[in-house]
Design a protein around this ligand. Structure first.
Ligand SMILES: *Cc1c(COP(=O)(O)O)cnc(C)c1O
Length: 365
């Protein structure tokens, strides 16, 4: 069905396909955490999380507390990890049965304070270790002090995050991260006198370092259809399509310009289509001035001039099309978000997670 306005299509059958593919890479004993942060990578957290819960994933992960609260309000029952909680969040985390990632002594003290206030002696949480990404997490040297504090209420899991699992030229760096994680785990086990459950792998980790799946894996981008590698693109299917229509067509003469600050000046007589989507919708200015291309009637049309807030213009001089015709930014068939994003030197993650909430979502089974 052609769209009548700018529309994000969410294909749940592709989500199911991707989940099954990713699960086929791990053993049946390994748990699966679906990462649904950032509005489920720009799709629709509620719809996608509900489907993932129905499909039997064991865990969800969000970045921030409010994302988790929204899912609880919507009725999601499975455990939810909050990857990046802040000081003021801990009361709400506990009230909403969310599991915090505790990544520093500062955060640990907020968590413990909140537990005391609520008269809780035990509560599920995860401890994050920094093994080389240098973003969040305790270091190996913290193990001694940390184990003393956490002994009365042990974490449900410890985890870490790989910084380059998609890059096979960086295997040495990844192996070093893995070794560091294993060594932290051993040190903790000795201090605590009991083994810890662990999770480490993100999507590319699942695909490239399956041996280190431990007790659970965490997948985001793979569920939405991208494997950061051609090898996996045929098995994974994009969940999101972004389409719009041509609002207006202008025939311009050589020498005339298009858009703000005369971003484009026609060398020859040209035909320009205006599309109802702009940088406020997630198609950033980096796609302007000939970088980004969209698909119209199976042909590529370049974005010309500067991307405006709510509109952008494309060159359709050589394409037979008219006002009202459909325009594809990316879909699950001929033109992927990976390809579109590459043209402006960015990645599928940024493109899809930036799709504005004002764009209409249509869900299909
Ligand atoms: C976002 C994120 C993930 C998911 O990574 P993908 O590459 O999308 O699978 C996993 N773990 C952490 C800590 C994250 O921040």
């Amino acid at each position: 069905m052609p769209v009548k306005e700018t529309t994000v299509e969410i294909k749940l059958k592709n989500l199911k396909n991707n989940l099954e593919y990713l699960k086929s890479k791990i053993t049946s004993k390994t748990k699966f955490m679906a990462v649904v942060k950032a509005f489920s990578y720009g799709s629709d957290s509620r719809v996608v999380s509900q489907e993932l819960e129905r499909l039997g994933v064991n865990y969800l992960a969000v970045a921030y507390t409010q994302e988790g609260i929204d899912l609880r309000k919507f009725g999601i029952k499975i455990p939810i990890l909050v990857l990046h909680p802040q000081e003021k969040d801990f009361d709400e985390i506990i009230e909403n049965q969310l599991e915090p990632s505790v990544y520093s002594f500062r955060v640990l003290s907020f968590f413990i304070k909140a537990l005391k206030k609520k008269n809780k002696t035990s509560y599920p949480y995860h401890i994050k270790f920094n093994t080389g990404l240098n973003r969040l997490g305790f270091l190996k040297k913290d193990v001694h002090k940390l184990s003393g504090i956490i002994k009365p209420n042990l974490p449900k899991y410890i985890f870490s995050h790989l910084g380059a699992s998609e890059d096979l030229n960086e295997k040495k760096y990844t192996k070093k991260q893995i070794e560091e994680f294993i060594s932290i785990d051993k040190a903790l086990e000795i201090k605590l006198g009991t083994p810890m459950k662990k999770h480490l792998l993100n999507t590319s980790g699942i695909l490239n370092y399956t041996d280190y799946q431990f007790d659970m894996v965490r997948s985001g981008i793979g569920l939405y259809g991208f494997g950061n590698d051609i090898e996996f693109e045929s098995s994974l299917k994009p969940v999101l399509s972004l389409k719009t229509i041509i609002s207006q067509v202008h025939e311009i003469k050589a020498g005339e310009s298009v858009g703000y600050n005369k971003g484009f000046t026609a060398k020859t007589d040209s035909v320009i289509a205006t599309l109802p989507i702009g940088h406020a919708d997630g198609i950033g200015r980096q796609y302007g001035n000939g970088k980004g291309e969209v698909l119209i009637e199976d042909r590529m049309a370049k974005i010309v001039g500067n991307v405006c807030m709510d509109m952008l213009m494309v060159d359709i001089t050589d394409i037979k099309c008219k006002e009202g015709d459909e325009v594809i930014f990316f879909d699950d068939k001929s033109y992927s978000a990976e390809e579109f994003s590459k043209k402006a030197n960015t990645i599928s993650y940024e493109l899809i997670s930036s799709i504005s909430r004002r764009i209409k979502r249509v869900v299909s089974k």
